[in-house]
Design a protein around this ligand. Structure first.
Ligand code: CA
Ligand code: CA
Length: 150
C-alpha cells in the first residue's frame, strides 16, 4: 500500500463481493445494519467526517437505530467505526476499539480485504448480543461497499 492509493484500487471486484457477503452473513445474526465506506483521503478529523458520511448514507434511518459504519480513508489509513444512537445507548464508549485496532493491523500488513471481512464479522458478533435478529427483519441498508467522490 502506498500513499497515493485510491479508494477504488484498494479492493478487487472479487474482494468487494467478499466484503459484501461478509456483511450479508453478519446481518443474518443481528438486526443491526453494517456498511463499509471507502474514500481516497480526508483532511478533517476522521470521527467527525465518518459521522457526516453516516448521515449522507442515510444510516440513521433504521428502525432500531442500530446501523454501524466502518469508514476508511484509504491513502492516509484513517479509519473509524461508528454506531447509531440505539447502539451507543447500550454499549461503552470504547466498544469498537478492538475492531479499529484489528483493521489497522491488517491494513498495515497490506491485507485490506481480510481486514474488512474480519472487521465486519467482529462488528456482527458484537451486535448480535445487543440486537438479535428479529423475525420480521429486512435489509434496511445496502450491503454493497460504497465509495466517496472527491
Ligand atoms: Ca436487517
Ligand atoms: Ca444491510
Amino acid at each position: 500500500m502506498n500513499q497515493t492509493l485510491a479508494a477504488e484500487d484498494l479492493l478487487t471486484e472479487t474482494e468487494l463481493l467478499r466484503v459484501r457477503d461478509a456483511i450479508g452473513a453478519a446481518e443474518m445474526r443481528t438486526s443491526g445494519e453494517i456498511r463499509v465506506h471507502l474514500e481516497d483521503h480526508i483532511e478533517e478529523d476522521v470521527l467527525d467526517h465518518a459521522a457526516f458520511i453516516f448521515e449522507e448514507l442515510g444510516m440513521h434511518r433504521t428502525r432500531d437505530r442500530n446501523g454501524v459504519l466502518i469508514y476508511l480513508s484509504v491513502a492516509d489509513r484513517k479509519l473509524a467505526v461508528i454506531g447509531d444512537e440505539g447502539i451507543n445507548q447500550r454499549v461503552p464508549e470504547n466498544f469498537w476499539n478492538d475492531v479499529v485496532g484489528l483493521l489497522k493491523l491488517h491494513l498495515a500488513a497490506g491485507r485490506a480485504a481480510e481486514g474488512l471481512v474480519e472487521a465486519v464479522h467482529m462488528v456482527g458478533e458484537k451486535l448480535r448480543g445487543h440486537f438479535p435478529l428479529r423475525a420480521d427483519d429486512s435489509d434496511e441498508l445496502s450491503n454493497n461497499v460504497s465509495f466517496g467522490r472527491r
